[in-house]
Design a protein around this ligand. Structure first.
Ligand code: PSU
Ligand code: MN
Length: 307
């Protein structure tokens, strides 16, 4: 099935056609963010999370130049093996399509594809934002969040970023950040950051109601829902701060810049935490997917009541 030039794989297409809740999932975290073989475990747990929530998962990607909602098993395997798979942000979509390449989509490109396919809920680990060393390096995720009316579930922005600056940019762009069962911005690997949020919600139904109110105003922005990484895997602030400081120094001395920065820093943090950041990453990806599933179901239930 083709929706606005997006290929939707059959099981996702039939879910959409029958009005079932669908959750979009990004693929860059699999092909660039996490190492092999744990990226396979991440994919499995993201899918399981959405399904536990009661919804249907769909990875977004560009497959041989075709923007796609949902990956068939052989395609997912290719992305997990990551041979020749590009990191694709929203700005890179057109070139990846025209050059018929495989592209793993970051948050920004995933929002673009999911939005075109009519999916309203998306889950990831952490969004991109304003970088610490070079504040002019601001992830395309922020601009895309400002123009895509979807619910985006995450554990905050990645710890490698300038979190106060990222939160300020979201405010300027008019993107509401809602703390799910928390009053402050989680730090991706850590549960707290000391950065207070304007809005808190304690149930998927409350989130659905806020999202609907924003839609009714005709506003184009996404709503960012943040939740803490699970107790069992969250890391202490001090460990993460030290790991990030080291990672930034390594990036500087290796001359890393541009799209390579985020994957490089995530890998350096992984080494500096003796792999503990990996368990945190896998745990929060699953939890975020599960919450997204419950929100998608709550939105669907509301829609069914209204129609
Ligand atoms: N969160 C993770 N791992 C990742 C990313 C997020 O736990 O790999 C990816 C997302 O796809 C996000 C991207 O959109 O990093 C941001 O990259 P950049 O800073 O280059 O915009
Ligand atoms: Mn960048």
């Amino acid at each position: 099935m083709l929706v606005a030039r997006i290929r939707v794989i059959p099981n996702v297409a039939s879910a959409l056609a029958s009005g079932r809740a669908v959750v979009a999932l990004e693929s860059s975290v699999l092909a660039q963010g996490l190492p092999i073989p744990q990226n396979r475990e991440a994919a499995r747990r993201m899918v399981q999370g959405v399904e536990l929530g009661g919804a249907v998962p769909a990875f977004t990607a560009v497959v041989c130049g075709v923007p796609t909602m949902g990956l068939e098993p052989d395609e997912l395997n290719r992305f997990l093996a990551r041979d020749g798979v590009r990191k694709v942000a929203a700005r890179d979509l057109a070139a990846t399509i025209a050059q018929k390449a495989d592209g793993a989509t970051t948050v920004s490109a995933s929002l673009c594809i999911a939005g075109l396919a009519g999916v309203r809920v998306f889950a990831t680990g952490g969004i991109g934002g304003v970088h610490r060393d070079s504040p002019f390096d601001e992830s395309g995720d922020l601009a895309e969040l400002a123009r895509t009316p979807m619910v985006v579930v995450c554990a905050g922005a990645k710890s490698i970023l300038d979190l106060p600056a990222t939160l300020e940019r979201l405010e300027t762009l008019g993107v509401l950040v809602v703390g799910y069962r928390t009053n402050e911005l989680p730090g991706f690997f850590t549960q707290t950051t000391g950065l207070m949020l304007s809005t808190r919600a304690d149930s998927p139904e409350e989130i659905a109601a806020i999202y609907r109110a924003g839609l009714a105003l005709g506003r184009p922005q996404a709503m960012l829902v943040v939740q803490q990484p699970p107790d069992a895997v969250a890391l202490p602030q001090r460990l993460v701060d030290d790991a990030v400081t080291d990672a930034l120094a390594q990036a500087r001395s290796s001359g890393i810049s541009g799209p390579a920065t985020t994957p490089f820093l995530l890998a350096a943090v992984l080494r500096a935490t003796d792999g503990r950041s990996l368990s945190a990453n896998l745990g929060l990806l699953e939890e975020n997917a599960a919450l997204a599933g419950r929100i998608a179901i709550a939105l669907q239930r509301e829609a069914d009541t209204l129609s």
